[in-house]
Design a protein around this ligand. Structure first.
Ligand SMILES: C[S@@+](CC[C@H](N)C(=O)[O-])C[C@H]1O[C@@H](n2cnc3c(N)ncnc32)[C@H](O)[C@@H]1O
Length: 223
C-alpha cells in the first residue's frame, strides 16, 4: 500500500533544514568537521520519532549523534523534538541540539556510502523491522554482511547496541554475531528488569511494548 504523506510534508521538513544533512555521502570522512568537534560520534539507524536519539543528545553533550531514518512523515516528529531540544539548550547556555545531533533522511543500503573506516564510536539499532520471512533475511539490519559493514566504519573496539521486542529477530541476531565471530559485551532478554536498564533511554516502540508487559531483548557487541 502506498504510504500516506502528511500534508505539506516537504514544507514542514524544510523548516528543519538546519538539522538535516542533505548529501551525507559528501561528508564521508569529514563528520568531525560537520560537528566542528573531535567528540565521539554515535549513529542510530532507523530512529523513528526520535525519542531515543534526542534523549541521548541531551544526556551526553560530550558526544555527537547522527540519526538516519528513511520514513519522512515519521522523522518529522524526530526533527521537531531535536529542534525543541536545541531551543531548550540554547536557553540554558549548554551545548546540545544540532550542535551534537543531525539527521540523514534516507533508507540505508550500505552504510559505508556515508562513513569512512573508523569514523564512529558506536551504532544503535532499535526495534529494527523484523522482516520475518526467510527470503527477506538479507533486509534485516543485523544480517551478517551488514554487521561487517558496520564494523568497518566503527573505530577499533567500537560497539553495536541492539534492542528488540521480536524474539525471532533477536535469535537471528545472536546467531549472526556468533557466526561473524563477534564478542558479546552485555546481553539481557529482559532489559527493563536487568542492571543495564539504569542507563537505558527508551524509544517510542519500546514504551509501547513495555506497557503491554512485553520483555525487551538487548545486546551490546563488538568485533
Ligand atoms: C519499527 S520502527 C522503530 C523506530 C524506532 N527505532 C523506535 O524504536 O521507536 C523501524 C524504523 O526503522 C526505519 N528503517 C528501516 N530500515 C531502515 C534503513 N535501512 N535506513 C533507515 N531507516 C530504516 C523505518 O522507517 C522505521 O521508522
Amino acid at each position: 500500500m502506498r504510504q500516506r504523506k502528511l500534508k505539506n510534508l516537504d514544507e514542514r521538513l524544510n523548516a528543519f533544514s538546519h538539522l538535516i544533512i542533505e548529501d551525507p555521502a559528501e561528508n564521508k570522512g569529514r563528520w568531525k568537521q560537520v560537528f566542528g568537534s573531535d567528540d565521539p560520534i554515535w549513529l542510530e539507524i532507523g530512529c523513528g520519532k526520535g525519542q531515543f536519539i534526542t534523549g541521548h543528545a541531551k544526556a551526553h553533550p560530550e558526544r555527537n549523534y547522527i540519526a538516519v531514518e528513511g520514513h519522512e512523515s515519521v522523522v518529522l516528529r524526530a526533527l521537531e523534538k531535536a529542534d525543541q531540544l536545541r531551543a531548550d539548550q540554547a536557553d540554558g547556555g549548554q551545548k546540545a541540539g544540532p550542535d551534537n545531533l543531525c539527521f540523514i533522511l534516507e533508507y540505508v543500503k550500505d552504510i559505508r556510502d556515508f562513513f569512512d573506516d573508523g569514523e564512529l564510536e558506536g551504532i544503535y539499532l532499535n526495534f529494527s523491522d523484523p522482516w520475518p520471512k526467510d527470503r527477506h533475511a538479507k533486509r534485516r539490519l543485523t544480517y551478517g554482511k551488514r554487521l561487517r559493514q558496520y564494523v568497518q566504519i566503527l573505530k577499533p573496539g567500537g560497539v553495536i547496541v541492539f534492542k528488540t521486542d521480536n524474539e525471532g529477530l533477536f535469535e537471528f541476531t545472536l546467531q549472526q554475531i556468533q557466526s561473524e565471530g563477534m564478542e558479546i559485551l552485555e546481553m539481557s532478554r529482559d532489559l527493563h528488569h536487568s542492571p543495564y536498564n539504569e542507563e537505558n533511554i527508551t524509544t517510542e516502540y519500546e514504551d509501547k511494548f513495555a506497557l503491554t508487559g512485553k520483555n525487551i531483548n538487548y545486546v551490546k557487541f563488538r568485533a
